[in-house]
Design a protein around this ligand. Structure first.
Ligand SMILES: Cc1cc2nc3c(=O)[nH]c(=O)nc-3n(C[C@H](O)[C@H](O)[C@H](O)COP(=O)(O)OP(=O)(O)OC[C@H]3O[C@@H](n4cnc5c(N)ncnc54)[C@H](O)[C@@H]3O)c2cc1C
Length: 385
């Protein structure tokens, strides 16, 4: 593919992630999903290879690279076939900690970011609440000033790494209603008043732990505020760009893996004296899906390019990439599952397990409706050029 133009450095980084995935995730993927947990040690192993701080400043232990390397990281990790584990790793490196890196004080970075990049501490992201996740500006968890502390009260739900995290990057209300009242905090999970529900039972991503978190007058020092009070909404929305690029890339890489495997299967499986892959109906179906996938990949690469160049179009292209990928996977997975006949319904087949998670790709990191709202708001208010 002419775009993106991968360099030797990209290829070498891809090789590192590929080896890590092959040695440390793939052999254990089915076991972890069956057991419903992946071991914490994987964070340390990823950290030792520099995979948890790809875009972070080398001054804090990061690699100082750009979003193209995030794309490569995600494309390769997904090939490990334990998406739950990959989601846990990426919440740590690409979702919960970017705001600490971009806006946090040096003290916060030293205490929380450095050990996260090394994989010695585990992070979670606490934005969604039981009353709603799409409307972030309406969140109700409160953080009230009390001398040199804040006192936090409220609840968060669907929190990835929720039962194992050492801290939560928490969004809470410090001011009045709306976006201007939202601030971000680092909240350690060993403090008085913090409790975690038992793990939530999901229909997919079984190895990742997802939980509800409760803050019952949790006291944190003022120094745990990330950046400025009242700027939290702006910080999160900026960080969501990377998160959505990650989600779109996950979907593309998953679909490529599944399509390749399905085409191989169709090349071997026979019916009516010929391989199913030689039947025109299946050749054309596969051609359509490959075209769909490639369109999605190109849109995602365009979004990565916009993020790397700092283009003002990035918000729109990232939203389009996430939206398109979330729709594309709903076409690819059921069709691939159908190609497997009865085996597409059997637990030991990866395609069957992936079928359960299809709907989630249009939910996490902002739903498809939220993506459409962003695109419409930006594009429908733009004067014709
Ligand atoms: C496996 C998993 C892991 C997750 N991990 C995390 C995590 O680590 N941290 C975290 O903070 N959150 C996490 N989430 C939560 C996720 O971000 C939210 O589920 C998501 O943002 C949607 O919020 P909601 O579930 O409250 O749905 P709601 O906001 O209640 O929306 C319900 C439906 O209404 C639609 N809707 C909402 N607004 C509009 C509108 N304006 N126009 C049209 N339709 C609309 C939505 O698109 C959706 O279909 C996770 C979720 C899952 C499933």
């Amino acid at each position: 593919m002419a775009f993106p133009r991968w360099t030797e450095e990209h290829r070498s980084f891809r090789e590192t992630v590929r080896r890590f995935t092959k040695d440390e995730i793939r052999p254990f993927a089915e076991q972890w999903q069956a057991e419903g947990y992946f071991p914490d040690e994987i964070f340390g192993k990823a950290g030792a290879l520099g995979l948890l701080g790809v875009r972070f400043d080398p001054a804090w232990g990061g690699s100082g690279l750009d979003y193209w390397y995030t794309v490569i990281l995600v494309e390769e990790l997904i090939r490990g076939r334990d998406i739950g584990c990959v989601v846990g790793l990426l919440v740590q490196s690409e979702m919960a900690t970017t705001v600490i890196h971009d806006y946090g004080s040096d003290e916060l970075k030293k205490e929380w970011l450095v050990p996260v990049i090394r994989g010695e501490r585990i992070a979670s992201l606490g934005v969604t609440e039981p009353s709603g996740g799409s409307d972030v500006a309406a969140l109700t968890t409160s953080a009230r000033r009390d001398g040199d502390d804040y006192i936090i009260r409220g609840a968060k739900t669907f929190i990835t790494n929720g039962t194992r995290a050492h801290f939560v990057m928490l969004a809470a209300r410090t001011g009045g209603a709306g976006a201007a009242g939202v601030s971000l905090f680092v909240v350690p999970t060993d403090v008085k008043g913090f409790t975690v529900s038992k793990r939530l039972r999901k229909i997919d991503l079984h190895s990742s732990d997802t939980a509800e978190l409760f803050f019952d007058d949790v006291r944190v020092p003022r120094s745990n505020l990330i950046g400025e009070e009242g700027q939290g909404f702006r910080y999160i929305m900026r960080s969501f760009q990377g998160e959505r690029l990650v989600l779109a890339t996950m979907v593309n890489s998953l679909c490529r893996d599944l399509l390749e495997e399905t085409m191989e299967y169709l090349g071997q499986r026979k019916a009516f004296g010929q391989t199913i892959g030689s039947m025109q109906v299946w050749r054309h179906r596969m051609a359509d899906l490959m075209t769909d996938l490639e369109a999605s990949e190109l849109l995602t690469y365009r979004a990565a390019d916009d993020l790397v160049s700092g283009s003002p179009e990035a918000e729109v292209s990232v939203s389009m990439a996430k939206l398109y990928a979330a729709e594309m996977v709903r076409r690819v997975i059921p069709e691939c599952g159908h190609a497997y006949g009865g085996y597409g319904f059997m637990e030991e087949y990866y395609i069957a397990r992936c079928s359960r998670g299809v709907q989630n790709w249009g939910i996490g990191a902002g739903t498809s409706e939220v993506m459409r709202e962003i695109i419409a708001k930006r594009r429908m208010s733009k004067p014709r050029g």
